[in-house]
Design a protein around this ligand. Structure first.
Ligand code: DAH
Length: 346
């Protein structure tokens, strides 16, 4: 084929190139092993010497024409490709973000941890006890013998006959801790845990609820030690401005027994619907450990004395976070537990 024909052909072909693939095909067509320009190079051998120089020059020109076109077209096409890619991969920062659901601690758990941390700072151990309990520990060794009317107040779930039950209070852990202590002092423990009673479930009652038990046994422990300790715990939970007071009460396993109130953190004592217009809210049952209880668990009441207390964990959390229905703590509906996130944020 003549050089001029090839040149015309290149100019024609140039117009048809639409993408990098067709551009590459062209390169093969002209400069590939059997390409048209490559073949011209082969022909040089057969050209008479005096024409060689001129022929070679023309072939080179042809090659340059093609290469110039090839490079500039390649650049152009690559730029187009890149721009398209950038456009399709661009992030629209004006789109609303996905709502990522994050977990939050259950506030009942959080409250228990707060009580644990203040008690640990005063040297208390956090201990555990079984939820399936013996009558002996749940009642008898707490000075509540069989047939005693105090048992009726705790409508108990019995599992096997009259001896095995679901603990109706965390107080049996007092007994277990003293038995383990084998007469050694001091004992300083708290036990947060589940308890069970045959209650109908409503906004303020549940067949399963949590208590936080506390026990301290040492030398010369008196009611004033108990008052000081509970005062510290309540201030930690509800704020330093909260005041405490103690009213006489009755429990089989403490003597004297008290109920502890705090000034209403909502109205600060003025009276509102949270404190039922009394200015005070009851938060704890407590007392000085009854000598019988000490004795039955191997501590000589002549030598040692102690105090004990029991908080209702849900009640504390409900007061602290302004929750009016205890059932939300045990609800597994995520829409309900989301609400806790908001309480958390307060
Ligand atoms: N166990 C009691 C109850 O369930 C609460 C309680 C009262 C615990 C006085 C105590 C205490 O340790 O000293 O009603």
């Amino acid at each position: 084929m003549k050089i001029d024909e090839i040149k015309d052909m290149i100019l024609e072909d140039q117009k048809k190139v639409k993408d990098l693939n067709s551009l590459n095909d062209l390169k093969v067509k002209y400069l590939g092993k059997k390409g048209l320009i490559s073949e011209l190079n082969q022909e040089i051998r057969n050209i008479p010497n005096e024409e060689k120089k001129d022929f070679g020059k023309k072939v080179n020109e042809l090659k340059n024409i093609f290469n110039d076109f090839y490079e500039s077209k390649k650049n152009e096409l690559e730029t187009i490709n890149l721009n398209e890619k950038l456009k399709s991969e661009a992030i629209d920062i004006s789109l609303p973000a996905y709502n990522i659901k994050v977990g939050a601690p259950n506030i009942l758990e959080k409250l228990i941890e707060e009580v644990e941390s203040v008690c640990m700072s005063m040297g208390y151990d956090v201990v555990d006890g079984p939820e399936i309990e013996e009558d002996k520990y749940n009642f008898e060794m707490l000075n509540i013998p069989k047939g005693h009317p105090a048992r009726d107040a705790q409508d108990t779930f019995y599992l096997e006959g009259e001896e095995i039950l679901l603990r109706s209070q965390t107080s049996p852990v007092q007994v277990r801790t003293m038995l383990k202590g084998k007469g050694k002092v001091p004992i300083r423990m708290i036990c947060p845990g589940k308890t069970y009673r045959r209650d109908d479930d409503d906004a303020t009652h549940s067949h399963q609820f949590m208590q936080i038990e506390g026990l301290l046994v040492d030398k010369d422990i008196s009611l004033s030690d108990l008052k000081g300790t509970l005062d510290i715990i309540c201030k930690k939970l509800f704020g330093d401005e909260v005041e405490t007071r103690f009213r006489p009460s009755y429990y089989q396993f403490t003597e004297p027994s008290v109920e502890g109130d705090i000034t209403c953190f909502h109205c600060h004592g003025k009276g509102c619907n949270i404190c039922k217009n009394t200015g005070w809210i009851t938060v704890v049952g407590a007392g000085v450990v009854h000598p019988n209880v000490l004795r039955m668990s191997g501590y000589d009441p002549e030598e040692w004395s102690g105090f004990a207390f029991g908080f209702g964990a849900e009640r504390l959390a409900m007061l602290k976070y302004g929750i009016d229905d205890l059932r939300v703590f045990y609800n597994t509906d995520l829409r309900e537990t989301r609400v806790f996130d908001r309480w958390e944020a307060r």
